[in-house]
Design a protein around this ligand. Structure first.
Ligand code: G6Q
Length: 542
């Protein structure tokens, strides 16, 4: 494949276009009626995930053609390039090695002539020693009281993974410890997080890859002032603050002893960093053994992605199915619907992972794309979503493929709750796919004028992922599944999933306006009329 031709000129893309034209009006009812073996044919089990994709608007021919496109895009070689540490993050000149974070100690992954695996494991061991001390009450605060509260200060990739994992695995956690996550520059976030905490028992983890991010550094400064106001001694900083960063110089400048710094590397992207030292809060919450299980789960998915043929490869299939709807059916979004309360932050986590990665409009060689790239990911845990936005998915005018995520076992077997929860997830996927026809309604005696309102078109696609239980390993597998699905799509769309210039823009823009808001004398404003007026009004009212 030469990059001078558009993706849309590839014969494999054209084959999909022609195939789409034939399949677009075929109903899932018909596809299931035609093939009694469809459910078996289009379901897979790998790395502990039963992946039912039979309720998608596909045939065996669709899967073959999508896999041909992946081959033509050089996906196989690109996967290998990522896993072996090539600098595939071109715009930042970096390797992309979040997979090295979960590689076993015996693995060898070389970047710039150095095997990075021993460094990964050295940090893991340092985290473990620290986590054990905090969990055992041996990490004492400045006044000698053991630490009971852990506050993670970070934003974006340094927040969403840790808070999601904490919530997901809360029931594996030490309930004697309190965890809070502060991310927003809005002072309310910090104020509310510490309101009921005793500074003498509180440990702050300042998590920032760069240690320059405005929100995090502002919150960290506020945290230091809050702690010192009570503890009244600069020396307390060493007992109440630890840092997770790639930037030792900045950490030292902030006043954290670099002995209490947990490092990672430029080849770990922020939104891919929850398995690095950025996961320190997770490890303190669930303990080192469970953290290792989470890593092992992710590694299992990594190995599956690396070796399985695309037709049997969960992340590849997931990415290709997303692309099928995005680029051929014109679907703009995907709903992620975990039927598991502990995964309540999973959709928010995925939004960053997917949209910051593939929300790009130019290819890696800088040409504007002439096809759709990154989809909008959104969702809420079931069954709550059913009483809110599912209406639009069932009967609205938009096509929204759904990812249902469910678990056969619950941590809380209370009466019929779990069976009812599962009944709901199965029923939703069934109703979306098969709908309810006017004939069926009439046969039920529904009055004619009501029939259009109560008709469900169906033919709304979904994947159902069924896992045994939400364990640390299962969470690791799920996260790696989505990470690699994003990679699959990014490589086919030819975009760079590992940079985020849009985020950098935000960082720069706010820096320009802040002094204008804070200036004593009326500043000379050079923005557009709207922005100037907003700034003036705020200055008057603040
Ligand atoms: C993630 C993004 C972004 C980043 C935050 C925090 O991929 O780069 O969300 O994680 O901006 O950055 P720091 O960790 O450097 O504070």
């Amino acid at each position: 494949m030469t990059d001078t031709t558009s993706l849309r000129d590839l014969p494999e893309w054209k084959a999909l276009e022609a195939h789409y034209a034939k399949l677009k009006d075929v109903h899932l009812r018909e596809l299931f009626a035609r093939d009694p073996g469809r459910a078996e044919k289009f379901s897979l089990e790998a790395a502990g995930i039963y992946f039912d994709y039979s309720k998608h608007r596909i045939t065996a021919g669709t899967v073959n053609r999508l896999c041909d496109l992946a081959e033509a895009a050089g996906l196989r070689e690109k996967i290998e390039a990522m896993f072996t540490g090539e600098r595939i993050n071109l715009t930042e000149g970096r390797a992309v090695l979040h997979t090295a974070l979960r590689a076993p100690k015996s693995a060898t992954i070389v970047v710039d002539g150095e095997n990075v695996v021993p460094r990964v494991h050295a940090v893991l061991e340092k985290m473990e020693t620290f986590a054990r001390k905090v969990r055992a009450g041996e990490w004492k605060g400045h006044t000698g009281k053991p630490v009971k509260n852990v506050v993670n200060i970070g934003i974006g990739g340094s927040d969403l993974g840790p808070v999601m994992a904490y919530e997901a695995l809360k029931d594996y956690g030490d309930r004697g410890l309190t965890f809070r996550f502060v991310s927003n520059i809005d002072g309310t976030d910090f104020a509310e997080a510490v309101m009921d905490l005793d500074p003498a028992e509180t440990l702050f983890i300042v998590a920032s890859k760069t240690f320059t991010t405005l929100e995090t550094m502002t919150n960290a400064g506020t945290a230091r002032a809050w702690a010192l106001k009570a503890l009244k001694d600069e020396a307390a900083v060493a007992r109440h603050f630890v840092a997770v960063s790639t930037n030792a110089a900045k950490v030292a400048e902030f006043g954290v002893d670099t002995e209490n710094m947990f490092g990672f590397w430029d080849w770990v992207g922020g939104r891919y960093s929850m398995f690095s030292a950025i996961g320190l809060s997770t490890m303190i919450a669930i303990g080192p053994e469970h953290f290792r299980e989470m890593l092992a789960g992710a590694y299992e998915m990594d190995e599956h992605y690396r070796v399985a043929p695309f037709e049997e490869n969960l992340p590849a299939l997931m990415g290709l199915l997303g692309l099928w709807y995005n680029d051929f059916f014109g679907a703009q979004s995907i709903a992620v619907l975990p039927y598991e309360q502990y995964l309540k932050r999973f959709p928010a986590y995925l939004q960053q992972l997917t949209m910051e990665s593939n929300g790009k409009r130019v290819t890696l060689d800088g040409r504007a794309v002439d096809y759709q790239t990154g989809q909008i990911y959104w969702g809420e845990p079931g069954t709550n979503g059913q009483h809110s936005f599912y209406q639009l998915i069932h009967q609205g005018t938009k096509l929204i493929p759904c990812d249902f995520i469910a678990f056969s076992k619950t941590r809380h077997r209370l009466g019929r709750h779990h069976d009812l929860l599962m009944a709901n997830v199965f029923a939703q996927a069934e109703a979306l796919a098969f709908g309810k026809t006017a004939e069926e309604l009439k046969a039920e005696g529904v009055k004619d004028w009501l029939v259009p309102h109560r008709t469900f078109e169906g033919n709304r696609p979904s994947t159902t992922m069924l896992l045994d239980a939400l364990t640390p390993a299962a969470l690791g597998r799920l996260v790696a599944l989505y990470e690699h699905s994003v990679f699959t799509q990014g490589m086919i769309w030819r975009v760079g999933p590992f940079d985020q210039w849009g985020v950098e823009l935000g960082k720069a823009l706010a820096g320009r306006i802040a002094p204008e808001l804070e200036a004593k004398d009326e500043p000379r404003l050079n923005h557009d009329g709207s922005t100037n007026a907003l700034i003036r009004r705020y200055r008057k009212e603040r």
